[in-house]
Design a protein around this ligand. Structure first.
Ligand SMILES: [Zn+2]
Ligand SMILES: [Zn+2]
Length: 347
């Protein structure tokens, strides 16, 4: 038997004893050691999702050990320590053919259409083994840190779009787990000055610890004015918006310089008719991009960053919970005081 936490309805996480899932000859059985709670898990928990039917074990930021492989699986072996990407590509559609399989037309992901990480074991299906991304991790990489490979791949995807140049001034709106990863990675990629904009006190401190040169509290200070002062009245080179706010999305367009780059990472809770001044795009010749998920090759890259400790990943995890406390972990994540909450199903 194994332990699992199933979402049985909105806001209903239920502790269950289930039999260990059986694999067929093309599948892998994974023993799960760490699963991070993603913003999208919180959305499924609160609002449900049209791709999720209940009961479902959600969670897609996963690291663990391969313990059993079907007889036709040749690329992995029992004992392999691995971390996963989230998508289950079909391998055949337009996007799968174009290294954009995170936009696979089937739209299947771990923890959505199949059971995911808030359990002691899970099955990795054939299409995931063939077209997804299962990456071996270094012997000394802890599972908790390895579970950051999926969200960090998404961060890298954003950074590839806006391209950080040496000396760039980069503004990061929102210093949650994703915002803090942007701060640290932008620094590593050569940003000169990284300015974080964050309302909550606790996260202001974290942003500083992680390497933000300046942290602005927008409740107390005029963000645009400080950014102009810090950039010799030019404006920032890059703005990255990880906070779900239309107001901030507009401000980002104003505080970048001419030919600046703006990345929208976080969607808005409600779709509103956002009045955006498109003249900013034109007369300032801006590059404005959004990113969602990450292509498979950037998952490979993310694992490299973690294994080689190109930045210190330990501060991004603020709370680790045993499986039985998953509900508490979700509440902690919703309270937004810390950064990433991780569940360890065997502790
Ligand atoms: Zn995620
Ligand atoms: Zn596809």
């Amino acid at each position: 038997m194994m332990r699992a936490i199933a979402l049985t309805d909105k806001e209903q996480l239920e502790y269950q004893e289930r039999s260990i899932p059986k694999i067929d000859e093309h599948e892998i059985l994974l023993k799960i050691h760490a699963t991070g709670i993603c913003g999208s898990d919180l959305r499924i928990y609160q609002n449900g999702d049209n791709r999720v039917t209940f009961p479902r074990v959600i969670g897609h930021e996963i690291a663990g050990d391969i313990i059993q492989t079907g007889k036709y699986v040749s690329s992995f072996h029992p004992g392999d320590r691995v971390t996963l990407w989230a998508h289950l590509p079909c391998g055949k559609c337009y996007y799968c053919q174009k290294n954009d399989s995170h936009f696979c037309i089937k739209g299947e992901s771990i923890g959505y259409q199949i059971d995911g990480g808030f359990a002691q074991y899970m099955v990795l299906p054939r299409n995931f083994i063939e077209y997804g991304s299962i990456q071996r991790i270094a012997d000394n990489t802890p599972y908790e840190l390895a579970s950051l490979s999926e969200p960090f791949a998404c961060v890298l995807s954003g950074l590839h779009e806006v391209k950080i140049n040496a000396g760039d001034t980069v503004i990061v709106y929102g210093a949650g787990a994703i915002g803090c990863m942007y701060i640290a990675a932008a620094k590593k990629m050569g940003a000169g000055k990284v300015i974080a904009v964050q309302r909550s006190k606790a996260r202001q401190e974290l942003a500083k610890q992680i390497g933000a040169d300046i942290v602005i509290d927008p409740n107390k200070f005029n963000t645009s004015q400080i950014i102009l002062e810090e950039t010799g009245e030019l404006g920032a080179d890059v703005a990255i918006v990880t906070a779900p706010s239309v107001y901030v999305q507009n401000e980002a367009l104003e505080i970048v310089r001419k030919k600046g780059r703006v990345l929208y990472f976080s969607g808005n809770k409600k779709i509103t008719e956002t009045p955006i001044n498109t003249n900013q795009f034109i007369y300032k010749q801006l590059t404005v991009v959004g990113t969602h998920g990450a292509p498979r090759d950037l998952h490979v890259e993310a694992v490299k960053w973690i294994d080689e400790q190109l930045i210190d990943f330990t501060p991004f995890i603020s709370d680790i919970f045993p499986l039985k406390d998953t509900k508490k972990a979700f509440q902690t994540a919703l309270d937004k005081k810390g950064l990433k909450c991780v569940i360890t199903p065997w502790k």
